[in-house]
Design a binder for this molecule. Structure first.
Ligand code: ATP
Ligand code: MG
Length: 243
């Protein structure tokens, strides 16, 4: 793909925290409506890369273009309004608010749609995750880990993003919950059908099952990339060992 046609194009992106260089000269693209996996071992730089796109951590150098426009200038809080949703590692939900209010807040914060459309967006999330509907009036802090991850993904969906950043959605969850979340990613219904997704996972098998292409990170650099169905599993394993 030519980078000017891409939904997201990173060019020579580096992310540093003081003297620590977590991402080192990464270039990658995500097409419109494309699902791309970002694989790598613990500490490879996946979360740092996603945070650099959403402007939520680290010092950034290089270029981050969303539909041809830089995400590096302008106020950091504006990225949601520009169409980027980030379901972060560690599920940033607002514990003292109810499940429904967490979703409403995310829908309104994005300011991307008319207010009238907001109830329908909550219904979309509740149709994917019926447990969230059952618990809609409960404080989010009381949810199980799996339900909190569903809520974090739900908050991203209600903002109707063009680009969805998912950081290790399977982390710490029971297999049955992982299956529920990945089933949704596989089905690509509703909002998920039209947005591009950059999905970070340590588990290559999980992420490759729902992705069209993948990049493998080790020590902050892309060591190789390719079509998800053609990626050499042994090379992926070797990249993890060399991290
Ligand atoms: N806030 C921070 N301050 C300093 N160093 C950091 C910070 N966040 C991450 N790092 C360092 O940057 C490197 C990449 O970490 P990062 O969390 O991006 O990796 P990751 O691939 O997401 O790992 P994991 O799979 O464990 O989530 C690591 O060496 C980590 O220690
Ligand atoms: Mg991480």
């Amino acid at each position: 793909m030519h980078t000017s046609d891409a939904l997201l194009a990173l060019d020579n992106l580096s992310v540093t925290y003081g003297h620590v260089r977590a991402v080192d000269g990464v270039s990658l693209t995500v097409g419109h409506g494309e699902v791309v996996a970002l694989l790598g071992a613990n500490g490879a730089g996946k979360s740092s890369l996603l945070r650099a796109i959403s402007g939520t951590g680290g010092e950034r150098n290089g270029s981050v273009l969303l539909q041809g426009e830089s995400l590096l200038d302008g106020a950091r809080y504006r990225v949601a309004r520009r169409g980027v949703a980030h379901a972060m590692e560690g599920r940033r939900i607002i514990g003292p608010l109810t499940v429904a209010d967490n979703l409403l807040l995310a829908a309104h914060a994005s300011q991307r749609n008319e207010r009238r459309a907001v109830p329908g967006r909550l219904d979309e999330v509740f149709s994917y995750f019926p447990k969230l509907y059952e618990r809609r009036a409960q404080h989010a802090g009381l949810l199980s880990g799996g339900e909190q991850q569903m809520l974090a993904i739900g908050r991203a969906i209600v903002s109707r993003p063009d680009l969805l950043l998912l950081d290790e959605p399977s982390m710490g969850l029971a297999p049955i919950v992982i299956e529920e979340i990945y089933e949704l990613l596989r089905s690509r219904e509703g909002t998920l059908a039209s947005c591009g997704i950059l999905l970070s996972e340590q588990s290559a098998a999980l992420a490759l099952g729902v992705s069209e292409r993948a990049y493998v990170l080790a020590r902050g650099r892309i060591v190789f990339d390719g079509r998800a169905d053609e990626l050499d599993k042994e090379k992926v394993a070797a990249a993890y060992l060399n991290n």
